[in-house]
Ligand binder design. Sequence first.
Ligand code: GLN
Length: 318
Amino acid sequence: MGGLSNDSVSSRIARILTDAAEQLASIGAGNPRFEAELLLAQALDKPRVYLFAHPRAELTPAENSRFLALLERRLESVPIQYVMGSAQFRDLELNVAPGVLIPRPETELLVDYAWQALERRREKLQGGDSSMPGPWLIDVGVGSGAILLSMMQEERKRCGSSEGSWFQPLGIDLLPTPLTSTGNNAGKARLPRPALMRSDFLSAVTTDAPIAGILSNPPYVSASEMEALPVEIYEYEPHEALFGGVDGMSAIRILLDQAAPYFQQGAFFCCEIGGAQAELVREALDERNLWKWSQILPDLAGKPRVVLIEPDRDPLLP
Ligand code: GLN
């Protein structure tokens, strides 16, 4: 074979990745090389390791145009998860598309906190009539299903797939797109389909069955924080799932007010908050006489991120 033309060099995998990573860096992508690999692997319909094993392989014109189409969307600042159509959250690979919030790493620990609270609740409620349907576990603003499906997955780990779940999962959202997304993601994870309901927060919930707990990652971004959001969030992710009113607290306050009757039955409440919101949240809890049952817990980065209320527990704080 004679010398290589520039064209053939530039259509080889190693070179494509270098060029694409450079372009992705220029739009401020967090991990440009990794994103380039994800996009190319997707275009080739191969696992990422294929790229490392075949750095000198050339793309067919069809593969090349598939790759360029993906890269172009990402270069328009469409979040990588929307371009790929999926996002990783704990053990789940969730399908995501515009209209549902992309699950975030800061929400992952919330599931652990909620799971521990649910276990404590289960112990308290044990001895109840086992022929009755289990209590509800409700996720308000269910989105892609990240939180609720992770709780179901923990339950499956606990009791195996043959036994049914102790609790009845219910996903609530104001809009239909997230409900469809959660239903599909349950199927993808081979989990049973949770009950799904359109409701403005808890307003449409009418049940005689007890509620074990209420979970939520509500919109909590304040007006000034909205203005500072990166383009890829502001332009592409649903504002319904982000914007929490002027001080970011509107949805959290509504949730606390609507959850009050369930607190009287001992339901726990586990809700994500903004990393700079702990003081405002503490005030809102104080005003409602809830602070003595509450903890504000950190995310993986150590920021105060989750409010956990357990009215059934001995007061945790003086
Ligand atoms: N953590 C998200 C962000 O800053 C906000 C999610 C939310 O409002 N629940 O983009």
